[in-house]
Design a protein around this ligand. Structure first.
Ligand SMILES: [Zn+2]
Length: 57
């Protein structure tokens, strides 16, 4: 189940991989900006999704 960090503004994938990084680390490696739309990202401006499948169904 890959970790995904997605820009809440434009939906661009900022990070996808199997390393469980801190989202802050991912964002910092992008100069705290979305590489797609250029928005400066703060803690509520991205979403983190660990895996697509839900438990159960
Ligand atoms: Zn963006």
């Amino acid at each position: 189940m890959p970790l995904e960090v997605v820009c809440a503004s434009c939906g661009a994938m900022l990070y996808s991989g199997f390393d469980l990084k801190s989202p802050k680390e991912v964002i910092r490696s992008n100069q705290n900006k979305c590489k797609s739309c250029g928005k400066t990202l703060s803690s509520h401006d991205y979403t983190v999704d660990v895996g697509k499948s839900k438990m159960g169904q």
